[in-house]
Design a protein around this ligand. Sequence first.
Ligand code: FES
Length: 95
Amino acid sequence: MPKITILPQNAAAEVEAGLTLLEAGEKAGVEMEAGCFNCSCGTCVTEVVRGMENLEEPTPEELDVLDQWNKDPEKFRLTCCVKLREGEVVLRQAH
Ligand code: FES
């Protein structure tokens, strides 16, 4: 099963594949920052410290929002719309 870890809390959980990062983070017991839940507001933008290769590729909509927030899509993702595929992913919440 994929594993998610959220920093700085260092909260971790094993979760089923196909959950969004937001859902996986909440399973790890972390209150995840979010607004629209629909890949359009950017409130949920979060740094991916490790495991970017274990996430789905960004959609054009996600890339647009990341661009508006001036966030590099190779380091940051929107947790409400990205699904965990496999392996281990480490996120750092800045909020
Ligand atoms: S909650 Fe709005 S983009 Fe994720």
